[in-house]
Design a protein around this ligand. Sequence first.
Ligand SMILES: [Zn+2]
Length: 561
Amino acid sequence: MSRTHPELKTPPALAEGGLRIVALGGLGEIGRNMTVFEFGGKLLIVDCGVLFPEEHQPGVDVILPDFTSIRDRMDDVLAVVLTHGHEDHIGGVPYLLRERRDIPLVGSKLTLAFIKAKLEEHRIKPVTREVAEGDTLDFGPFETEFLAVNHSIPDALAVAIRTEAGLVLHTGDFKMDQFPLDRRITDLRGFARLGEEGVDLFLTDSTNAEVPGFTLSEGDLVPAIETVFRTAPKRVIVSSFASHVHRIQQVLNAAHAHGRKVAFVGRSMVRNMGIARDLGYLDIPKGLVVDLKQMDKLPADQVCVICTGSQGEPMAALSRMANRDHVIRISEGDTVLLASSLIPGNENAIYRIINELTRWGANVVHKGNAKVHVSGHASAGELVYCYNIVKPRNVMPVHGEWRHLKANGELAIKTGVHPRGVVLAEDGQVVDLVDGRVRVTGKVSAGNVYVDGATVGGATEASLKDRRNLAEEGVITVVAIVDADTGLLAETPDFLARGFVHDEGTFDSVVPLIEKALAKAAEEGVGGALQLEQLITRAVAGWANRNGRRSPMIIPVVIDA
Ligand SMILES: [Zn+2]
Protein backbone atom coordinates (compact mmCIF):
# COMPACT_ATOMS: atom_id res chain seq x y z
CA MET A 1 0.00 0.00 0.00
CA SER A 2 1.30 3.46 -0.79
CA ARG A 3 1.02 5.96 1.99
CA THR A 4 1.96 9.32 3.45
CA HIS A 5 5.03 11.28 2.64
CA PRO A 6 5.50 13.96 5.28
CA GLU A 7 7.50 16.25 3.00
CA LEU A 8 4.79 16.42 0.33
CA LYS A 9 4.48 19.80 -1.34
CA THR A 10 2.18 21.58 -3.76
CA PRO A 11 1.61 19.08 -6.57
CA PRO A 12 2.87 19.55 -10.11
CA ALA A 13 0.38 20.32 -12.84
CA LEU A 14 -1.93 17.40 -13.57
CA ALA A 15 -0.74 15.29 -16.48
CA GLU A 16 -2.82 15.62 -19.65
CA GLY A 17 -5.67 13.12 -19.61
CA GLY A 18 -5.19 12.47 -15.91
CA LEU A 19 -7.80 12.58 -13.15
CA ARG A 20 -6.89 14.26 -9.87
CA ILE A 21 -8.60 13.23 -6.64
CA VAL A 22 -8.26 15.27 -3.45
CA ALA A 23 -10.19 14.49 -0.29
CA LEU A 24 -10.56 17.69 1.74
CA GLY A 25 -12.17 15.72 4.56
CA GLY A 26 -13.16 12.24 5.65
CA LEU A 27 -9.71 10.64 5.58
CA GLY A 28 -8.33 10.01 9.06
CA GLU A 29 -11.59 11.08 10.66
CA ILE A 30 -15.25 10.12 10.72
CA GLY A 31 -16.96 13.17 9.27
CA ARG A 32 -16.75 16.21 6.96
CA ASN A 33 -16.55 13.98 3.91
CA MET A 34 -15.60 15.87 0.78
CA THR A 35 -13.76 14.69 -2.33
CA VAL A 36 -12.76 16.91 -5.23
CA PHE A 37 -12.30 15.36 -8.68
CA GLU A 38 -10.44 17.33 -11.33
CA PHE A 39 -10.26 16.63 -15.04
CA GLY A 40 -9.38 18.97 -17.90
CA GLY A 41 -9.34 21.98 -15.59
CA LYS A 42 -12.87 21.31 -14.29
CA LEU A 43 -13.93 20.20 -10.82
CA LEU A 44 -16.63 17.84 -9.61
CA ILE A 45 -17.17 17.58 -5.86
CA VAL A 46 -18.65 14.58 -4.08
CA ASP A 47 -20.21 15.48 -0.69
CA CYS A 48 -19.46 18.41 1.57
CA GLY A 49 -19.99 17.48 5.21
CA VAL A 50 -19.18 18.65 8.68
CA LEU A 51 -17.33 17.02 11.54
CA PHE A 52 -18.58 17.39 15.09
CA PRO A 53 -16.10 18.68 17.65
CA GLU A 54 -14.68 16.61 20.47
CA GLU A 55 -14.15 17.55 24.10
CA HIS A 56 -10.70 19.00 23.33
CA GLN A 57 -12.27 21.52 20.95
CA PRO A 58 -14.34 23.62 23.40
CA GLY A 59 -16.77 26.20 22.02
CA VAL A 60 -16.66 24.82 18.47
CA ASP A 61 -20.05 24.13 16.84
CA VAL A 62 -18.87 22.19 13.80
CA ILE A 63 -15.69 21.65 11.81
CA LEU A 64 -15.66 22.27 8.07
CA PRO A 65 -13.36 21.06 5.30
CA ASP A 66 -10.78 23.65 4.29
CA PHE A 67 -11.85 25.22 0.97
CA THR A 68 -8.57 27.11 0.50
CA SER A 69 -7.30 24.95 -2.37
CA ILE A 70 -10.46 25.46 -4.44
CA ARG A 71 -11.41 28.98 -3.31
CA ASP A 72 -9.94 30.61 -6.43
CA ARG A 73 -11.46 27.96 -8.65
CA MET A 74 -15.12 28.14 -7.67
CA ASP A 75 -16.07 28.92 -11.29
CA ASP A 76 -14.52 25.60 -12.35
CA VAL A 77 -16.83 23.64 -10.03
CA LEU A 78 -19.46 22.02 -12.23
CA ALA A 79 -21.52 20.37 -9.49
CA VAL A 80 -21.58 18.97 -5.98
CA VAL A 81 -22.91 15.44 -5.87
CA LEU A 82 -24.48 14.64 -2.49
CA THR A 83 -24.54 10.88 -1.91
CA HIS A 84 -27.03 11.07 0.99
CA GLY A 85 -28.52 13.41 3.55
CA HIS A 86 -26.33 12.86 6.62
CA GLU A 87 -24.72 15.91 8.21
CA ASP A 88 -21.23 14.54 7.63
CA HIS A 89 -22.03 14.60 3.89
CA ILE A 90 -24.20 17.72 3.45
CA GLY A 91 -23.55 19.88 6.53
CA GLY A 92 -20.79 21.93 4.88
CA VAL A 93 -22.87 22.87 1.82
CA PRO A 94 -24.22 26.18 3.26
CA TYR A 95 -20.63 27.31 3.80
CA LEU A 96 -19.49 26.17 0.36
CA LEU A 97 -22.37 28.06 -1.25
CA ARG A 98 -21.21 31.23 0.52
CA GLU A 99 -18.22 30.98 -1.81
CA ARG A 100 -20.48 30.64 -4.85
CA ARG A 101 -24.27 30.56 -4.58
CA ASP A 102 -25.17 28.81 -7.81
CA ILE A 103 -23.06 25.66 -7.68
CA PRO A 104 -25.56 22.96 -8.72
CA LEU A 105 -26.38 20.44 -6.01
CA VAL A 106 -27.05 16.95 -7.32
CA GLY A 107 -28.76 14.31 -5.21
CA SER A 108 -31.75 12.08 -4.67
CA LYS A 109 -35.17 13.41 -3.75
CA LEU A 110 -34.81 12.99 0.01
CA THR A 111 -31.21 14.20 0.10
CA LEU A 112 -32.13 17.38 -1.74
CA ALA A 113 -35.16 17.92 0.49
CA PHE A 114 -32.95 17.73 3.59
CA ILE A 115 -30.32 20.09 2.19
CA LYS A 116 -32.95 22.55 0.96
CA ALA A 117 -34.51 22.69 4.42
CA LYS A 118 -31.08 23.30 5.93
CA LEU A 119 -30.25 26.01 3.37
CA GLU A 120 -33.55 27.74 4.08
CA GLU A 121 -32.26 28.40 7.60
CA HIS A 122 -29.24 30.05 5.97
CA ARG A 123 -31.58 31.94 3.58
CA ILE A 124 -30.06 30.27 0.54
CA LYS A 125 -32.14 28.94 -2.34
CA PRO A 126 -29.88 26.48 -4.14
CA VAL A 127 -29.73 25.35 -7.74
CA THR A 128 -30.51 21.63 -7.65
CA ARG A 129 -30.63 18.64 -9.99
CA GLU A 130 -32.61 15.70 -8.70
CA VAL A 131 -31.40 12.25 -9.69
CA ALA A 132 -32.44 8.68 -8.96
CA GLU A 133 -30.71 5.35 -9.24
CA GLY A 134 -30.14 4.44 -12.89
CA ASP A 135 -29.85 8.07 -14.00
CA THR A 136 -26.84 9.35 -15.93
CA LEU A 137 -25.92 12.99 -16.15
CA ASP A 138 -23.03 14.83 -17.81
CA PHE A 139 -21.15 17.70 -16.22
CA GLY A 140 -18.58 18.89 -18.74
CA PRO A 141 -15.96 16.15 -19.00
CA PHE A 142 -17.54 14.17 -16.13
CA GLU A 143 -20.15 11.56 -17.01
CA THR A 144 -21.94 10.53 -13.84
CA GLU A 145 -24.14 7.54 -13.18
CA PHE A 146 -26.06 6.91 -9.98
CA LEU A 147 -26.62 3.57 -8.24
CA ALA A 148 -28.83 2.68 -5.30
CA VAL A 149 -27.07 1.89 -2.04
CA ASN A 150 -28.57 0.93 1.29
CA HIS A 151 -27.56 2.97 4.35
CA SER A 152 -29.00 4.28 7.62
CA ILE A 153 -30.94 6.97 5.76
CA PRO A 154 -33.21 6.31 2.76
CA ASP A 155 -32.41 7.25 -0.82
CA ALA A 156 -28.60 7.00 -0.61
CA LEU A 157 -26.65 6.79 -3.86
CA ALA A 158 -23.27 5.60 -5.05
CA VAL A 159 -21.83 7.55 -7.96
CA ALA A 160 -19.82 6.34 -10.91
CA ILE A 161 -17.73 9.00 -12.63
CA ARG A 162 -16.45 8.44 -16.15
CA THR A 163 -13.80 10.65 -17.69
CA GLU A 164 -11.19 10.00 -20.34
CA ALA A 165 -8.91 9.02 -17.45
CA GLY A 166 -11.07 6.04 -16.60
CA LEU A 167 -14.01 4.88 -14.55
CA VAL A 168 -14.29 5.74 -10.88
CA LEU A 169 -16.87 4.25 -8.52
CA HIS A 170 -17.53 6.03 -5.20
CA THR A 171 -19.79 4.07 -2.85
CA GLY A 172 -20.70 6.94 -0.53
CA ASP A 173 -21.75 5.43 2.79
CA PHE A 174 -23.32 2.04 2.30
CA LYS A 175 -24.08 -1.42 3.61
CA MET A 176 -25.69 -4.47 2.11
CA ASP A 177 -28.84 -5.07 4.15
CA GLN A 178 -30.71 -7.66 2.07
CA PHE A 179 -34.05 -6.95 3.76
CA PRO A 180 -34.31 -3.21 4.27
CA LEU A 181 -37.69 -1.72 5.13
CA ASP A 182 -38.00 -0.07 1.73
CA ARG A 183 -36.74 -3.13 -0.18
CA ARG A 184 -34.21 -0.87 -1.89
CA ILE A 185 -30.96 -2.84 -1.74
CA THR A 186 -27.43 -1.90 -2.74
CA ASP A 187 -27.26 -2.36 -6.51
CA LEU A 188 -24.64 -5.11 -6.68
CA ARG A 189 -25.76 -5.95 -10.21
CA GLY A 190 -24.87 -2.41 -11.17
CA PHE A 191 -21.55 -2.71 -9.34
CA ALA A 192 -20.89 -5.92 -11.29
CA ARG A 193 -21.77 -4.29 -14.60
CA LEU A 194 -19.30 -1.49 -13.90
CA GLY A 195 -16.77 -4.11 -12.85
CA GLU A 196 -17.16 -5.77 -16.24
CA GLU A 197 -16.55 -2.43 -17.90
CA GLY A 198 -13.43 -2.05 -15.73
CA VAL A 199 -13.32 0.14 -12.61
CA ASP A 200 -10.03 2.05 -12.55
CA LEU A 201 -10.52 3.48 -9.08
CA PHE A 202 -12.88 2.31 -6.35
CA LEU A 203 -13.49 4.62 -3.39
CA THR A 204 -15.12 2.66 -0.59
CA ASP A 205 -16.63 3.39 2.82
CA SER A 206 -14.13 2.26 5.48
CA THR A 207 -16.13 2.99 8.65
CA ASN A 208 -16.69 -0.68 9.56
CA ALA A 209 -13.72 -2.26 7.76
CA GLU A 210 -12.38 -3.54 11.09
CA VAL A 211 -15.67 -5.26 11.97
CA PRO A 212 -15.65 -8.88 10.84
CA GLY A 213 -18.61 -10.51 9.14
CA PHE A 214 -21.77 -8.78 7.99
CA THR A 215 -23.75 -5.87 9.34
CA LEU A 216 -27.14 -7.04 10.59
CA SER A 217 -30.39 -6.04 8.99
CA GLU A 218 -32.55 -3.18 10.23
CA GLY A 219 -35.32 -5.74 10.56
CA ASP A 220 -33.30 -7.64 13.18
CA LEU A 221 -34.22 -4.91 15.67
CA VAL A 222 -37.92 -5.77 15.67
CA PRO A 223 -37.84 -8.15 18.68
CA ALA A 224 -35.99 -5.74 20.98
CA ILE A 225 -38.14 -2.74 20.03
CA GLU A 226 -41.26 -4.91 20.40
CA THR A 227 -40.16 -5.95 23.89
CA VAL A 228 -39.78 -2.34 24.96
CA PHE A 229 -43.27 -1.42 23.81
CA ARG A 230 -44.84 -4.59 25.20
CA THR A 231 -43.34 -4.31 28.66
CA ALA A 232 -42.97 -0.58 29.35
CA PRO A 233 -45.29 0.23 32.27
CA LYS A 234 -45.45 3.97 31.56
CA ARG A 235 -44.21 6.35 28.88
CA VAL A 236 -41.75 5.29 26.18
CA ILE A 237 -39.26 7.96 25.12
CA VAL A 238 -37.20 7.08 22.07
CA SER A 239 -34.12 8.96 20.98
CA SER A 240 -32.57 8.44 17.58
CA PHE A 241 -30.90 10.31 14.75
CA ALA A 242 -33.35 12.76 13.23
CA SER A 243 -32.51 11.38 9.79
CA HIS A 244 -32.90 7.67 10.52
CA VAL A 245 -36.27 7.38 8.83
CA HIS A 246 -36.41 3.58 8.88
CA ARG A 247 -35.50 3.30 12.55
CA ILE A 248 -38.25 5.77 13.35
CA GLN A 249 -40.64 3.88 11.09
CA GLN A 250 -39.97 0.78 13.19
CA VAL A 251 -40.71 2.73 16.36
CA LEU A 252 -43.92 4.13 14.85
CA ASN A 253 -45.00 0.61 13.86
CA ALA A 254 -44.39 -0.70 17.37
CA ALA A 255 -46.15 2.25 19.01
CA HIS A 256 -49.15 1.80 16.72
CA ALA A 257 -49.31 -1.95 17.38
CA HIS A 258 -49.28 -1.36 21.15
CA GLY A 259 -51.87 1.41 21.25
CA ARG A 260 -49.57 4.34 21.94
CA LYS A 261 -49.75 7.83 20.43
CA VAL A 262 -46.54 9.45 19.26
CA ALA A 263 -45.20 12.99 19.62
CA PHE A 264 -42.08 14.23 17.83
CA VAL A 265 -39.83 16.48 19.90
CA GLY A 266 -36.78 18.46 18.78
CA ARG A 267 -36.53 20.88 15.87
CA SER A 268 -34.60 18.65 13.46
CA MET A 269 -36.76 15.61 14.31
CA VAL A 270 -40.01 17.48 13.64
CA ARG A 271 -38.64 19.01 10.45
CA ASN A 272 -37.11 15.84 8.98
CA MET A 273 -40.04 13.59 9.81
CA GLY A 274 -42.37 16.11 8.19
CA ILE A 275 -40.25 16.02 5.04
CA ALA A 276 -39.98 12.22 5.06
CA ARG A 277 -43.74 11.86 5.47
CA ASP A 278 -44.59 14.39 2.77
CA LEU A 279 -42.27 12.68 0.28
CA GLY A 280 -43.56 9.22 1.09
CA TYR A 281 -40.50 7.83 2.87
CA LEU A 282 -42.28 7.59 6.21
CA ASP A 283 -45.65 5.92 6.61
CA ILE A 284 -47.56 7.39 9.54
CA PRO A 285 -50.91 5.72 10.31
CA LYS A 286 -53.75 8.22 10.61
CA GLY A 287 -54.22 9.66 14.10
CA LEU A 288 -50.99 8.18 15.43
CA VAL A 289 -49.06 11.43 15.78
CA VAL A 290 -50.27 14.03 18.29
CA ASP A 291 -48.71 17.16 19.73
CA LEU A 292 -47.33 17.47 23.23
CA LYS A 293 -50.48 19.21 24.56
CA GLN A 294 -52.72 16.34 23.44
CA MET A 295 -50.20 13.89 24.78
CA ASP A 296 -50.49 15.41 28.26
CA LYS A 297 -54.09 14.24 28.47
CA LEU A 298 -53.27 10.60 27.71
CA PRO A 299 -52.48 7.92 30.30
CA ALA A 300 -48.72 7.28 30.54
CA ASP A 301 -48.95 3.79 29.06
CA GLN A 302 -50.44 5.21 25.84
CA VAL A 303 -47.60 7.65 25.24
CA CYS A 304 -44.51 7.53 23.04
CA VAL A 305 -42.16 10.46 22.51
CA ILE A 306 -39.57 10.43 19.72
CA CYS A 307 -36.82 12.97 20.28
CA THR A 308 -33.34 14.11 19.31
CA GLY A 309 -30.22 13.90 21.41
CA SER A 310 -29.09 10.30 21.10
CA GLN A 311 -25.45 11.44 20.91
CA GLY A 312 -25.62 13.42 24.13
CA GLU A 313 -25.73 16.78 22.35
CA PRO A 314 -26.12 19.24 25.22
CA MET A 315 -28.88 21.35 23.65
CA ALA A 316 -30.95 18.45 22.32
CA ALA A 317 -34.17 17.25 23.92
CA LEU A 318 -32.86 14.13 25.64
CA SER A 319 -29.99 15.90 27.32
CA ARG A 320 -32.36 18.59 28.56
CA MET A 321 -34.74 15.94 29.93
CA ALA A 322 -31.83 14.42 31.82
CA ASN A 323 -31.00 17.87 33.22
CA ARG A 324 -34.61 18.62 34.22
CA ASP A 325 -34.59 21.46 31.70
CA HIS A 326 -37.45 20.22 29.50
CA VAL A 327 -41.25 20.14 29.72
CA ILE A 328 -41.04 16.35 29.71
CA ARG A 329 -40.13 15.39 33.27
CA ILE A 330 -38.69 11.89 33.44
CA SER A 331 -40.19 9.96 36.34
CA GLU A 332 -40.32 6.52 37.91
CA GLY A 333 -41.47 3.85 35.44
CA ASP A 334 -40.65 5.73 32.22
CA THR A 335 -38.68 3.80 29.62
CA VAL A 336 -36.04 5.54 27.54
CA LEU A 337 -34.92 3.79 24.37
CA LEU A 338 -31.68 4.96 22.77
CA ALA A 339 -32.14 3.47 19.31
CA SER A 340 -28.86 4.71 17.96
CA SER A 341 -25.14 4.21 17.69
CA LEU A 342 -22.58 5.52 20.11
CA ILE A 343 -20.27 7.63 18.01
CA PRO A 344 -16.69 7.56 19.35
CA GLY A 345 -15.99 10.74 21.26
CA ASN A 346 -19.57 11.03 22.52
CA GLU A 347 -19.37 8.19 25.03
CA ASN A 348 -18.90 10.32 28.14
CA ALA A 349 -21.80 12.60 27.32
CA ILE A 350 -24.11 9.66 26.56
CA TYR A 351 -23.23 7.66 29.67
CA ARG A 352 -23.75 10.76 31.78
CA ILE A 353 -27.25 11.13 30.32
CA ILE A 354 -28.01 7.44 30.83
CA ASN A 355 -26.99 7.80 34.47
CA GLU A 356 -29.07 10.93 35.01
CA LEU A 357 -32.16 9.39 33.37
CA THR A 358 -31.72 6.28 35.51
CA ARG A 359 -31.44 8.43 38.61
CA TRP A 360 -34.82 10.05 37.80
CA GLY A 361 -36.31 6.55 37.71
CA ALA A 362 -36.21 5.66 34.02
CA ASN A 363 -35.37 2.25 32.64
CA VAL A 364 -32.84 3.04 29.91
CA VAL A 365 -32.58 0.56 27.03
CA HIS A 366 -29.56 1.09 24.79
CA LYS A 367 -27.24 -0.82 22.48
CA GLY A 368 -25.17 -1.89 25.48
CA ASN A 369 -28.03 -3.87 27.02
CA ALA A 370 -30.37 -4.72 24.12
CA LYS A 371 -30.29 -5.28 20.36
CA VAL A 372 -31.64 -1.83 19.51
CA HIS A 373 -29.12 -0.64 16.96
CA VAL A 374 -27.47 -1.88 13.78
CA SER A 375 -24.81 0.04 11.92
CA GLY A 376 -25.38 1.77 8.60
CA HIS A 377 -22.00 0.75 7.23
CA ALA A 378 -20.70 -2.34 5.48
CA SER A 379 -18.59 -4.68 7.61
CA ALA A 380 -15.48 -6.49 6.34
CA GLY A 381 -17.53 -9.33 4.83
CA GLU A 382 -19.57 -6.96 2.68
CA LEU A 383 -16.51 -4.99 1.61
CA VAL A 384 -14.77 -8.16 0.46
CA TYR A 385 -17.87 -9.13 -1.51
CA CYS A 386 -17.76 -5.75 -3.23
CA TYR A 387 -14.09 -6.05 -4.11
CA ASN A 388 -14.68 -9.48 -5.59
CA ILE A 389 -17.62 -8.23 -7.62
CA VAL A 390 -16.09 -4.95 -8.80
CA LYS A 391 -12.52 -6.25 -9.28
CA PRO A 392 -11.13 -2.71 -9.26
CA ARG A 393 -7.69 -1.87 -10.62
CA ASN A 394 -7.05 0.66 -7.87
CA VAL A 395 -8.62 1.28 -4.48
CA MET A 396 -8.78 4.36 -2.29
CA PRO A 397 -10.41 3.70 1.08
CA VAL A 398 -12.43 6.71 2.27
CA HIS A 399 -14.63 7.66 5.25
CA GLY A 400 -12.68 6.56 8.27
CA GLU A 401 -9.94 7.06 10.77
CA TRP A 402 -6.50 5.86 9.78
CA ARG A 403 -7.05 2.38 11.26
CA HIS A 404 -10.28 1.97 9.28
CA LEU A 405 -8.62 3.06 6.03
CA LYS A 406 -5.77 0.62 6.58
CA ALA A 407 -8.08 -2.28 7.41
CA ASN A 408 -10.10 -1.54 4.28
CA GLY A 409 -6.95 -1.42 2.15
CA GLU A 410 -5.86 -4.78 3.52
CA LEU A 411 -9.22 -6.29 2.59
CA ALA A 412 -8.74 -5.06 -0.98
CA ILE A 413 -5.29 -6.64 -1.17
CA LYS A 414 -6.68 -9.90 0.22
CA THR A 415 -9.07 -10.07 -2.72
CA GLY A 416 -6.23 -9.67 -5.19
CA VAL A 417 -5.90 -5.92 -5.71
CA HIS A 418 -2.20 -5.18 -6.21
CA PRO A 419 -0.73 -3.47 -3.11
CA ARG A 420 0.61 -0.73 -5.38
CA GLY A 421 -2.96 -0.01 -6.44
CA VAL A 422 -4.19 0.66 -2.91
CA VAL A 423 -3.67 4.26 -1.94
CA LEU A 424 -4.04 5.28 1.69
CA ALA A 425 -4.26 9.04 1.55
CA GLU A 426 -4.81 11.72 4.15
CA ASP A 427 -6.94 14.82 3.90
CA GLY A 428 -5.39 17.20 1.39
CA GLN A 429 -3.18 14.63 -0.29
CA VAL A 430 -3.33 14.81 -4.03
CA VAL A 431 -3.90 11.49 -5.79
CA ASP A 432 -3.47 11.41 -9.57
CA LEU A 433 -4.92 8.67 -11.76
CA VAL A 434 -2.85 8.64 -14.93
CA ASP A 435 -2.73 5.80 -17.45
CA GLY A 436 -4.64 3.56 -15.07
CA ARG A 437 -2.14 4.02 -12.22
CA VAL A 438 -2.66 5.97 -8.97
CA ARG A 439 0.06 8.01 -7.35
CA VAL A 440 0.23 10.55 -4.52
CA THR A 441 1.78 13.62 -6.12
CA GLY A 442 1.50 16.34 -3.51
CA LYS A 443 -0.50 17.99 -0.80
CA VAL A 444 -2.81 20.98 -0.48
CA SER A 445 -3.98 22.63 2.72
CA ALA A 446 -6.72 20.68 4.47
CA GLY A 447 -6.73 21.83 8.07
CA ASN A 448 -9.70 22.14 10.37
CA VAL A 449 -11.94 25.15 9.79
CA TYR A 450 -13.91 25.86 12.95
CA VAL A 451 -17.39 27.30 13.00
CA ASP A 452 -17.77 29.07 16.30
CA GLY A 453 -21.08 30.86 16.78
CA ALA A 454 -21.38 33.20 13.83
CA THR A 455 -17.72 33.09 12.85
CA VAL A 456 -16.20 30.72 10.31
CA GLY A 457 -12.48 30.10 10.50
CA GLY A 458 -12.01 32.72 13.23
CA ALA A 459 -11.19 30.21 15.93
CA THR A 460 -7.78 28.65 15.31
CA GLU A 461 -5.78 25.79 16.83
CA ALA A 462 -4.10 28.47 18.99
CA SER A 463 -7.38 29.82 20.34
CA LEU A 464 -8.56 26.28 21.14
CA LYS A 465 -5.29 25.70 22.98
CA ASP A 466 -5.97 28.87 24.99
CA ARG A 467 -9.48 27.62 25.79
CA ARG A 468 -8.21 24.24 26.95
CA ASN A 469 -5.55 25.95 28.96
CA LEU A 470 -8.10 28.25 30.59
CA ALA A 471 -10.34 25.30 31.38
CA GLU A 472 -7.59 23.19 32.88
CA GLU A 473 -5.24 25.71 34.43
CA GLY A 474 -7.20 28.89 35.01
CA VAL A 475 -5.99 32.44 34.50
CA ILE A 476 -3.92 34.95 36.46
CA THR A 477 -4.14 38.63 35.61
CA VAL A 478 -1.23 40.69 36.90
CA VAL A 479 -1.77 44.44 37.07
CA ALA A 480 1.60 46.16 37.52
CA ILE A 481 1.89 49.93 37.98
CA VAL A 482 5.34 50.84 36.75
CA ASP A 483 7.14 54.13 37.43
CA ALA A 484 7.81 55.61 33.98
CA ASP A 485 11.10 57.20 35.11
CA THR A 486 12.74 54.30 36.92
CA GLY A 487 11.03 51.36 35.16
CA LEU A 488 10.44 49.80 38.60
CA LEU A 489 7.21 48.89 40.34
CA ALA A 490 5.46 51.92 41.80
CA GLU A 491 3.49 49.69 44.13
CA THR A 492 2.87 45.99 44.79
CA PRO A 493 1.15 44.42 41.74
CA ASP A 494 -2.46 43.25 41.90
CA PHE A 495 -3.21 39.61 41.17
CA LEU A 496 -6.62 38.49 39.96
CA ALA A 497 -7.01 34.76 39.54
CA ARG A 498 -9.84 32.56 38.22
CA GLY A 499 -9.66 28.77 38.23
CA PHE A 500 -6.16 28.90 39.68
CA VAL A 501 -6.10 27.65 43.25
CA HIS A 502 -4.82 30.41 45.51
CA ASP A 503 -5.25 32.13 48.85
CA GLU A 504 -4.28 35.47 50.31
CA GLY A 505 -0.55 34.81 50.51
CA THR A 506 -0.14 32.75 47.36
CA PHE A 507 1.26 35.52 45.19
CA ASP A 508 3.62 37.00 47.82
CA SER A 509 6.52 34.93 46.60
CA VAL A 510 6.12 36.00 42.97
CA VAL A 511 6.42 39.74 43.69
CA PRO A 512 10.21 39.67 44.22
CA LEU A 513 10.58 37.78 40.93
CA ILE A 514 8.67 40.48 39.07
CA GLU A 515 10.73 43.17 40.83
CA LYS A 516 13.92 41.40 39.81
CA ALA A 517 12.83 41.06 36.19
CA LEU A 518 11.86 44.73 35.97
CA ALA A 519 15.11 45.86 37.63
CA LYS A 520 17.10 43.88 35.09
CA ALA A 521 15.09 45.38 32.25
CA ALA A 522 15.65 48.90 33.60
CA GLU A 523 19.37 48.24 33.80
CA GLU A 524 19.42 47.10 30.18
CA GLY A 525 17.26 50.00 29.04
CA VAL A 526 14.26 47.86 28.12
CA GLY A 527 11.13 49.89 28.80
CA GLY A 528 8.28 49.30 26.31
CA ALA A 529 4.97 48.18 27.85
CA LEU A 530 4.79 45.12 25.57
CA GLN A 531 8.30 44.03 26.53
CA LEU A 532 7.63 44.54 30.24
CA GLU A 533 4.44 42.53 29.92
CA GLN A 534 6.38 39.69 28.33
CA LEU A 535 8.91 39.76 31.18
CA ILE A 536 6.14 39.67 33.76
CA THR A 537 4.47 36.77 31.97
CA ARG A 538 7.73 34.84 31.97
CA ALA A 539 8.37 35.50 35.65
CA VAL A 540 4.87 34.46 36.72
CA ALA A 541 4.78 31.43 34.41
CA GLY A 542 8.13 30.19 35.73
CA TRP A 543 6.96 30.68 39.30
CA ALA A 544 3.65 28.81 38.70
CA ASN A 545 5.49 25.96 37.09
CA ARG A 546 8.04 25.62 39.93
CA ASN A 547 5.36 26.03 42.61
CA GLY A 548 2.96 23.22 41.84
CA ARG A 549 3.58 22.42 38.18
CA ARG A 550 0.76 24.62 36.96
CA SER A 551 0.66 26.51 33.67
CA PRO A 552 -2.18 29.00 33.92
CA MET A 553 -2.85 31.59 31.24
CA ILE A 554 -1.19 34.82 32.33
CA ILE A 555 -2.52 38.20 31.32
CA PRO A 556 -0.12 41.00 32.26
CA VAL A 557 -1.30 44.59 32.33
CA VAL A 558 1.39 47.27 32.67
CA ILE A 559 0.24 50.76 33.61
CA ASP A 560 2.55 53.76 33.65
CA ALA A 561 2.53 55.60 36.98
ZN1 LIG B 1 -23.99 8.39 6.25
